[in-house]
Design a protein around this ligand. Structure first.
Ligand SMILES: Cc1ncc(C[n+]2csc(CCOP(=O)(O)OP(=O)(O)O)c2C)c(N)n1
Ligand code: SF4
Length: 317
């Protein structure tokens, strides 16, 4: 069947030939097509970096934001219009360096947003500095001396931050990555995919050859089942996922580490506190009518006074 929409934009991807970002983009385009997501109801949000260019190459709504700020933008978009599908693309410098606090906050809140990490171990756009996922003592060709910092483990950080869908893929296994993206986007809650992405220009340690030898699929163990069936088994499944997340080196697992569909989303919790939120949220609340703000000056002042917090010692002023 012909796809309903064409998701590939006319902007030419200017990544280096052979970059793993191409694999991620292709998998994303295929996933959008197979899910037949309405482009007008889908938003891709990125930060800065080579990975940050992704929204330009996809024919859905897109925002290319500031370094480390893709998740706050995505949070605002989703909470203003909970009906949208929101997907974040970011590099490991973007999401786990300058944006690390926001990365944790999204998991803690379990907002229904998918985060796709282009994990290349370097700051690609700024010419190969060591990024948060490069191991201690690793020395890529762009570093004058071996890396002096400990790495962050993205899967472990996502699990401990509260993401309710956590997976890892590999940029050059497109069919497999496409399925992970589909599952993550369909998951209700904060979803995370760590994508191993060769940067052929600056990282000669984590090459396609390195990954080809090391990567194996979690489900090759017939006993592997990452899905939490009842809330009671959540901690057991989480601990198994944590254990697997520590595996790195000669053998690197890819696949779904953990899925917990039993946790409420931030949007649902907001709806319990603000009863009108599910039907009347910022996206469908008129703010102007016939060129005038809907809220009159008097109504604004009344509302403003209502929410003033009186601080003790100010004698009621
Ligand atoms: C506040 C701020 N600091 C620094 C920069 C410079 N800068 C641009 S891209 C980038 C790093 C991108 O690395 P990463 O997020 O790993 O993405 P990649 O390019 O590897 O995809 C940096 C530090 C910036 N744009 N804004
Ligand atoms: S610098 Fe690295 S990450 Fe950036 S486009 Fe080139 S190969 Fe890809």
């Amino acid at each position: 069947m012909e796809p309903r929409w064409s998701y590939k934009s006319n902007v030419w991807p200017d990544w280096c030939p052979g970059c793993g970002n191409f694999g991620i983009l292709t998998a994303l385009l295929k996933a959008l097509e197979e899910l037949s997501l309405d482009p007008s109801q889908t938003v891709i949000v990125s930060g800065i970096g080579c990975s940050g260019k992704t929204p330009h190459f996809v024919n859905v709504n897109g925002v290319h934001t500031l370094h480390g700020r893709a998740i706050p933008f995505a949070t605002g978009i989703k909470l203003a219009n909970p009906g949208l599908k929101v997907i974040v693309h970011g590099g490991d410098g973007d999401l786990l360096g300058i944006g690390a606090g926001h990365f944790v906050a999204l998991g803690r809140r379990n907002i229904d947003v998918t985060v796709i990490l282009h994990d290349n171990g370097v700051y690609g756009l700024t010419k190969g500095q060591a990024s948060p996922t490069l191991p201690l003592k690793a020395r890529t060709k762009s570093l004058a001396k071996p890396n002096i910092q400990q790495p962050v483990n993205p899967v472990l950080l996502a699990l401990s931050s509260g993401y309710t869908f956590v997976a890892r893929g590999y940029a050059f296994d497109g069919a497999y990555l496409k399925n992970l993206i589909k599952m993550a986007v369909q998951h209700r809650g904060a979803a995370f995919i760590d994508v191993l992405q060769p940067c052929i220009t600056f990282n000669d340690v984590y090459t396609a050859d390195f990954y080809r030898k090391a990567v194996y699929k979690l489900e090759s163990d017939p006993g592997w089942d990452p899905v939490v069936k009842t809330s009671e088994e959540a901690s057991v499944k989480l601990m198994r996922a944590v254990e697997k997340s520590l595996e790195w080196g000669d053998r690197i697992p890819v696949g779904v580490f953990y899925v917990n569909p039993h946790v409420s989303t931030f949007e649902e919790r907001l709806g319990e506190r603000l009863r009108k939120y599910p039907v009347q949220n910022p996206s469908n609340t008129p703010i102007e009518s016939a060129g005038k703000p809907v809220l009159s000056q008097e109504a604004f002042e009344k509302m403003f006074k209502e929410f003033i917090v009186r601080v003790s010692g100010t004698q009621g002023r």
